[in-house]
Design a protein around this ligand. Sequence first.
Ligand code: PEP
Ligand code: MN
Length: 339
Amino acid sequence: MLIVMKSGATKGEVDGVVQVIEKLGFRAHVMPGATRTAVGITGNPGTLDPARFEHLAGVFEAIRVTKPYKLITLDLQPDQTVVRAGEATIGGKELAIIAGPCAVESREQTFAVAEAVRASGARFLRGGAFKPRSSPYDFAGLGEEGLQILAEARDTFGLKIVTEALDEAGVDLVEKYADMIQIGARNMQNFSLLRRAGKSKLPVLLKRGIAATIDEWLLAAEYVMSEGNYQVVLCERGVRTFTQHARNALDLAAIPVIRHISHLPIVVDASHAAGKSHLVAPLARAGVAAGADGVMVEVHNNPDVALCDAAQALTPEEYLTMVHEIRGIHNLLTSPVSA
Ligand code: PEP
Ligand code: MN
């Protein structure tokens, strides 16, 4: 059920609706918008009768939600969500750039990459301290020490930190050191992790699962939001198909499709889609051209010796060229059409 308030509804009227919902034992999600406030209801086991809410003061209409998701939809919030980490945003006017190494390997490596990231004007530094690796024998990250290095880089370079939590205990640590929790493709349907991230005050970057449909991905976002955390960024990173020429198949159509359904911002991870460094910039450019709010990309100061995802790492020089190109595309798309 979705309650749409009248455009001039007072805070007292919104609070009144929330109280009625909570008295019924359900959860109310208040979404203030530019023109009207909506209140989503979750936790109700069956359908609710709109008549129960329509007579309440300040209510314009109560709408039955027939889709499997409620909170991610444009019905609930017609204005696009702007996800904020301090002054850095994803989903606002600026093209968001999240760049950094696949894994934090050392202070020297992280700082060398962070310097290039800062020089590019990007606002987010990425880097894994806890790495989900296909083989148990591969480098799995520096753990808390890696988070400490990232926190130091944040203070030195003024960048916001995006880093992956593999499990619920990992979220506690990421909250201590970073600015945004990344949930990786392999964990997109780790429901206890999603619920834990939903209780966090930090924004969440939610990767699309390796073979997830759009609906499964949006429902994963719904899990996070249903716990009260509405600051979610979707990240398209390619899905597994029969292709062997790239690591994954970047699903560009997902960008306009998501835009059509959801108010959540969407970024493109060109690196994990590509798998090879020479494919990264073309995919990043295509993602921005398709309307992505930002790009995630892996950069290494010396890709030849990278401990994780070496083949797809851009050098700082390649990265700076790519940023120039994607900014050009974004500027073209956001500048007014001249006759
Ligand atoms: C990553 O971003 O480091 C990562 C492991 O990506 P994904 O979860 O998309 O594979
Ligand atoms: Mn990687």
